[in-house]
Design a protein. Structure first.
Length: 763
């Protein structure tokens, strides 16, 4: 990594190089300096070219600031650039070819203030409002000048394979087991692999380390393996036969070449390694897809395009067209720095919108990523980028990524926060077959099963089943989250997973919140969150009537008091008396039932304290399959009431309803007309059924699924609230289907004159 002497900033170095003299580092710019820059601008027309001693073109006053400016704090409220004192419009009117391209890029939000902050070979343009993204320019390193500052590189037509092999080897040597198997799964081998040397399919069981390919098929793959073609494909050289080679998708051919260039031998790609006409083989291989990617040496991730786009830039296939934005200031080359943006680049792409790629990406510990005509390395411990010579901070590896709670999850803690974050990143994604909603995330759910005793029933953790039924559409989504009911049946008509139940999030596509607010779980020493109390026993069944039912045992609610007991510590746990040093302000507010005197710590997670000593798996390795029989019908005896629903008209809402932060919220009235709770619609298609006039509602049928208590004590105020979590249901052929979720105050529910018990069948 290139470094710069601490006493001299990169901008100082540029300045010295241009003017052939050393200048002191400026810590601030006073009013006199700004005035002189204004005078300089008026005295010297910006379009007049002046040659510096080194032969470069002298820039105008704004360009001078770009190479002399230092970090400044704050910005005025007059719409002016702090460093120049000029508005963005005035800067653009100067018609300077050196800086106009830069400020046109910055000027997407022309009314915002701008700060210019050069440091560590980077010039950052900060908009006045914090939520606008920064625009960063990085100084390009000149290889023929040994002491030239800068750490950025221009990409060319071909990927530097020596650099890629160096990334791989450095991760293996320095990161070790942290990147070899971070999910701590039982290592597995695919049934078939591509031998890139022999150019044929070989048995996965007899192979060495392999590389996976993660990509989008596109409209349809060109060539797919079928059961009848397997014998021929196992013959050495078969993939070079013209009738096969010419039909391979470009991304398959390019990946084979890339693996050879990396001095590796085996590649796994689904269209070639899974017989596409063998349903049994497909189901088996898809069921362990997470383990296949989790066991790979690394995964090639193609964010650009689909199977037809291939991997431009791989030596020996086809050149790429570099797409870096290049700028020049006083003869010095700078490029737009997009490294920090990379860590969320999958979001918003076609790749990032596919359900199957989510598990492939997250289960892969090492990834070689092709994105925006550049190559990146991303692993559990760090990241490299083809554009920059330095290793990017490992902390950015987890930015906006669902596996940031990985250290807690893999050690077997029932982490509701991890569960909720993972689903929030997954469930809005598209899939060709809705029946794959569970299968496409089964590998990650299997890892979570270490801590969630009993596994998952259609994606809901059995250990917290009553709480899990309280999931709902995500709040905080502009315009309110809209969930689409997943279609049934689908391709595997004989599989029970085609009957996606309305009571689980897998029956709905869209952004969901999965109730990670249970006290003692959302933030390990959190306080003031609700605590759930079951009110019924739920049963699962393959049919609504006349079929054997299996009780669902939410073990946490039956045993949680045991996990506060310091005399029943499982292996690996220790306890200490709860003090302010360990718990912060927690003792001043409500704690989980039975907790508060002690806090607990597990040896595998030495930096965290918990109110409970959770049951943690003691196995060194973990199975990649841990899912109970998936039964789509839910039965239980509970209470029912009919309440009126109305839409509250919001003054600034163009749709005359409460969208905004709380989603599509409708309000419930009890029999006296008093507000008693609310529901969040899953689908906006139902919105037209409800009036907007206060006191004029539409009656809906609600059933209770559990009771929750929120008890918060913050002196001098004391708040105690109890409510029932409810579902709005509608019946069809004797089966109830979920339409929305919500809450009703306990007193309003229990005192309802028409409250009755029913035998509920949810489909």
């Amino acid at each position: 990594m290139d470094t710069v002497h601490q006493s001299e900033t990169p901008i100082d170095s540029i300045d010295r190089e241009i003017n052939h003299e050393s200048k002191p580092r400026h810590e601030s710019r006073d009013a006199d300096t700004t005035e002189r820059l204004h005078e300089h601008h008026h005295q010297q027309p910006p379009d007049k070219a002046v040659t510096e001693p080194d032969g470069s073109r002298a820039s105008c006053s704004v360009c001078a600031i770009l190479r002399e400016s230092v970090v400044v704090a704050g910005a005025g409220g007059d719409g002016k650039c702090r460093e120049t004192g000029l508005t963005l419009d005035k800067i653009l009117e100067m018609d300077c070819p050196d800086h106009n391209d830069i400020f046109q890029r910055v000027g997407k939000h022309k009314n915002e203030n701008i700060n210019i902050s050069p440091q560590d070979s980077v010039i950052t343009f900060h908009h006045g409002r914090a939520f606008w993204p920064s625009f960063r320019l990085g100084l390009v390193k000149k290889l023929d000048i040994a002491d030239r500052p800068g750490r950025y590189s221009l990409t060319n037509q071909w990927v530097d394979m020596e650099m890629v092999k160096h990334w791989k080897q450095q991760c293996i040597n320095e990161h070790g087991h942290h990147c070899a198997n971070p999910w701590m799964i039982n290592q597995t081998k695919p049934t078939w692999l591509i031998d890139v040397r022999l150019r044929c399919l070989v048995s996965g069981k007899e192979s060495g380390p392999y590389i996976c390919l993660s990509y989008r098929w596109g409209q349809r793959p060109r060539y797919k393996t079928h059961e009848a073609s397997l014998p021929e494909l196992q013959k050495p050289g078969s993939l070079d036969r013209p009738d096969i080679k010419d039909r391979l998708a470009p991304i398959i051919s390019h990946s084979i070449q890339l693996v050879r260039e990396m001095n590796e031998r085996y590649l796994w790609a689904d269209t070639l390694c899974i017989p596409q006409d063998n349903d049994e083989a497909q189901v088996a291989e898809m069921g362990r897809m997470g383990a296949i990617y989790g066991s790979a040496l690394l995964t090639i991730v193609a964010l650009d395009g689909d199977g037809e786009h291939g991997l431009p830039g791989v030596p020996g296939v086809e050149p790429r067209v570099p797409s870096q934005r290049v700028f020049t200031i006083a003869g010095k080359t700078l490029i737009e720095d997009t490294i920090n943006e990379f860590y969320n680049r999958a979001a918003g792409t076609e790749y990032g919108n596919r359900a199957w790629t989510f598990q492939e990406y997250e289960m892969s510990s090492r990834k070689l990523i092709f994105a925006h005509n550049r190559v990146h390395w991303n692993c559990t411990c760090g990241a490299w980028d083809e554009q920059c010579s330095m290793e990017v901070s490992a902390s950015l590896r987890f930015h906006d990524s669902p596996n940031y709670p990985l250290p807690v999850t893999v050690h077997g803690l029932p982490d509701l926060r991890a569960y909720s974050v993972i689903l929030s990143h997954y469930n809005h994604r598209e899939m060709t077959y809705d029946s794959d909603a569970v299968r496409a995330i089964s590998g990650i759910l299997a890892v979570l099963s270490r801590g969630f005793k009993g596994g998952f029933l259609f994606g809901l953790p059995i250990m917290f089943f009553d709480l899990a039924l309280c999931w709902g559409p995500a709040i905080g989504v502009e315009g309110g989250a809209h969930l689409r009911r997943r279609n049934i049946p689908s391709r595997h008509s004989g599989s029970t997973t085609t009957h996606l139940p309305s009571w689980s999030w897998v029956g709905w596509q869209g952004l969901v919140d999965c109730c990670d607010d249970e006290i003692g779980f959302s933030k390990y020493l959190a306080h003031g969150d609700p605590q759930t109390h079951p009110i019924t026993t739920w049963y699962a069944s393959h049919a609504p009537y006349g079929h054997k039912c299996h009780p669902i045992i939410p073990s946490w609610f039956h045993t949680r008091l045991v996990h506060c007991d310091p005399d029943q510590l499982p292996p690996g746990w220790k306890c200490e008396v709860a003090t302010r040093d360990l718990t912060g302000s927690a003792p001043r507010r409500i704690l989980p039932d039975g907790c508060g005197r002690y806090v607990f710590q597990h040896e595998s997670i030495p930096d965290e304290w918990f109110w409970y000593h959770f049951p943690i798996s003691q196995s060194d390795t973990h199975s990649h399959t841990s899912t109970p029989s998936q039964m789509p019908y839910l039965l239980g005896r509970t209470t029912r009431a009919w309440l009126d629903v109305y839409r509250r008209v919001e003054r600034d809402s163009p749709d005359d309803t409460d969208y905004g932060f709380f989603g599509t919220r409708l309000y419930l009235e009890d029999q006296t007309g008093k507000e008693a709770g609310h529901i969040l619609l899953h689908s906006k298609d139902n919105l037209s059924r409800f009036p907007t006039q206060y006191g004029v509602g539409t009656r809906i049928e609600l059933v209770a699924i559990c009771r929750r208590v929120l008890h918060e004590k913050t002196p001098p105020r004391h708040m105690f609230k109890e409510y029932y979590a409810v579902l709005w249901i509608e019946w069809e052929n004797g089966v109830a289907y979920r339409q929305a979720s919500g809450i009703v105050e306990r007193s309003a529910w229990e005192n309802h004159p028409e409250l009755e018990e029913i035998d509920l069948v949810l489909g």
